[in-house]
Design a protein around this ligand. Structure first.
Ligand code: PMP
Length: 603
């Protein structure tokens, strides 16, 4: 298969970027039955205004939008065929079963699996990996065995193997990334030793955009007899995939990232492997015979689908596959890659902005993550959101990778075939304006006073430091975005004697912590508690509540009241305060070390 990136690179080298990006519009135009207008019209959700601007949806790596054909398939199923599969003898049940099994066949063809029996329906990529870990993994791994992963794995392709390693005594090993944010392939031979029983790797990194050479990696693993798993969550909906050509043993995908509904995904596994694997969950549907003491199992894939499956989801995923095929995966890949190259080039022109992942012209799929000097990813995402542009900011479920890169978070724009070059231009305008508008911080559009106070405190946080012996220490973090605060509080029975903090976070988090320490230092405890409540009520009020000047006692902290317009940012403003409240509880309990966390899932 000829990779579009090669074409893009060629075009970049030969004729300059302009011609490479002209591909964007021409790809679909080459197909007479398609037009931009048609494609856009297939996605009703795209036709809306967000904060008064036409929506630009650049969060496709988290989840893609769904075309009308998929929405219609869901509706049709529930309006006409809704019934349970496999066990019924009546017309509706037989229709539901046929549609469910037809979806399996479509997915098998889509991946070029040898048969539909190699496709297990799951909830998504995460569940598929856990299934392999807990069946094949438990059966095949022993102490001394090695699971080889890469340094760019999503938590979904890391944590299940950590759990497995704990249970079996196997160890984890990592193929490193290089300075280009690609896999250091020259290290493969050294790391892929005979102890490696499984090599599981991401096909397209959801954080870096890097496309890994999956066929090459599978071939290398085969030489040492290692089983392979390809995490195709970011590639299955974006490029042609052929499991036989890749030579992988397992491959996992998420339906919702490829135009399908949430809650449905698939595991591809070679028939012989699936047949040899024990069941995972027990229950109805997966059995042949059950007695009070013992049961026997159906063959694969039914053995792995206990209970009533996500019937509507599977059927709609089948419709998504049909829809993607009607556009053409090669064209989609070419489009997404060219758009990402274009975005990378334009983003690189913004001063103080650094793009992660392979350099321009490198092996990059349809996404670009970036960091900005003075701007936390949260602030970038909120600013873009105000302009109607949906980005994602945070660690993208790749915390170890972020740590390796010395980052807490990044902002990410991820593309699909319905995105356009003009939309990328809009993003660039917003970011470039944001950058020049606020020189020191990339603050929210909350007015001049806000900007002055936030700029001051986020760049020169007060009471920044630690307190030694006798102080209560609370570590607070926002796992979804990487804000961390370490709060040190020296308490007497009467008052807050001293209070300091360290940490990294967005402007709101740092400003709130800095102002909080100024406000609480020296305050009698009942007064400090009252202020904490007052601040909470001020920022966490309903976005429609009167803004007004705010309670006088809060002073400069009142500027953070505007955060209520951005409900997703309230946790940033509250992090230090929640740590303070925890510190009071720790002190009451006679403890000096504590931690709090504001959990929020993200993809
Ligand atoms: N792997 C990668 C590379 C991903 O990007 C994601 C989703 N962000 C997953 C696995 C997990 O997918 P899901 O949450 O749909 O199971």
């Amino acid at each position: 298969m000829r990779l579009p990136r090669e074409q893009t690179q060629e075009a970049l080298e030969k004729e300059g970027l302009g011609s490479a990006t002209d591909l964007l519009e021409s790809n679909f135009m080459n197909q007479p039955h398609l037009s931009w207008e048609r494609i856009r019209a297939d996605f009703p959700i795209l036709d809306q205004q967000v904060h008064g601007q036409p929506l630009v949806y650049f969060d496709n790596a988290a989840t893609s939008q769904k075309p009308r054909a998929v929405l219609d398939a869901l509706r049709h199923y529930y309006e006409h065929d809704n019934s349970n599969v496999h066990r019924g003898m009546h017309a509706l049940s037989m229709r539901a079963t046929d549609a469910y099994e037809a979806a399996r066949v479509k997915l098998a063809r889509y991946l070029n699996a040898a048969s539909a029996e190699e496709i297990v329906f799951t909830r998504g990529a995460t569940e598929s990996i856990n299934l392999v870990a807990q069946t094949w993994g438990i059966q095949n791994l022993r102490a001394g065995d090695v699971i080889l992963l890469t340094e760019m794995e999503h938590h979904s392709n890391l944590v299940p193997w950590q759990l497995l390693a704990e249970r079996t005594g196997a160890t984890l090993r990592f193929l490193p990334i290089n300075a280009r944010h690609e896999l250091a392939l020259e290290r493969l031979e050294e790391l892929l030793t005979p102890e490696v029983k499984l090599f599981s790797f991401v096909h397209i990194s959801n954080s870096l955009g890097t496309i890994n050479p999956a066929a090459e990696l599978c071939a290398a693993a085969r030489k040492v007899g290692a089983t392979t798993l390809v995490d195709a969550a970011q590639s299955a909906g974006h490029m042609p995939l052929d499991v036989q050509e890749l030579g992988c043993d397992f491959l996992v995908l998420s339906g919702h990232k490829m135009c399908g509904p949430t809650g449905i995904g698939a595991l591809y596994g070679k028939k012989a492997l699936l047949d040899a694997m024990p069941p995972w969950q027990g229950g109805g549907e997966m059995i042949l015979q059950v007695s009070y003491q013992k049961s026997t199992w159906k063959p694969a894939p039914y053995r792995f689908e206990a209970g009533t499956p996500n019937i509507a989801g599977a059927i709609a995923l089948g419709a998504a596959v049909d829809y993607i095929e009607s556009i053409g995966r090669a064209a989609i890949f070419e489009h997404d890659c060219a758009l990402a190259q274009y975005a990378q080039k334009r983003l690189g022109e913004i001063p103080g902005l650094r793009v992660l992942g392979p350099p321009l012209g490198g092996a990059r799929g349809g996404l670009v993550s970036f960091v900005m000097d003075q701007a936390h990813a949260h602030d970038v995402v909120t600013l873009a959101d105000q302009a109607g542009i949906a980005l994602r900011g945070g660690h993208h479920c790749t915390q170890p990778l972020m740590q390796k890169l010395g980052l807490e978070s990044s902002a990410r724009a991820s593309f699909y075939f319905y995105n356009t070059k003009a939309e990328v231009d809009r993003l660039i305008d917003v970011l470039a304006k944001g950058q020049s508008h606020a020189s020191a911080t990339f603050s929210l559009p909350l007015g001049e006073l806000y900007e002055a106070v936030v700029t001051d405190h986020a760049t020169r946080p007060r009471n920044f430091g630690e307190l030694g012996e006798g102080a209560v220490h609370v570590h607070g973090d926002n796992p979804s975005c990487g804000d961390t605060i370490d709060l040190h509080v020296q308490l007497t029975p009467e008052k807050v004697e001293n209070i300091k903090f360290t940490g990294h976070g967005c402007t709101i988090c740092m400003t709130s912590a800095s102002l909080m320490t100024l406000k609480l230092k020296g305050k009698p405890l009942p007064e400090a508690k009252r202020l904490a409540r007052l601040f909470h009520d001020h920022v966490a009020a309903s976005p429609d509540a009167e803004t007004g000047p705010g309670p006088r006692e809060l002073g400069d902290l009142n500027v953070l009241g505007g955060v209520r317009q951005f409900p997703q940012r309230v946790k940033c403003a509250m992090l230090a305060w929640r740590a303070f409240e925890q510190a009071l509880e720790e002190a009451d309990a006679g403890v000096t070390e504590g931690a709090i966390s504001t959990e929020e899932p993200q993809a």
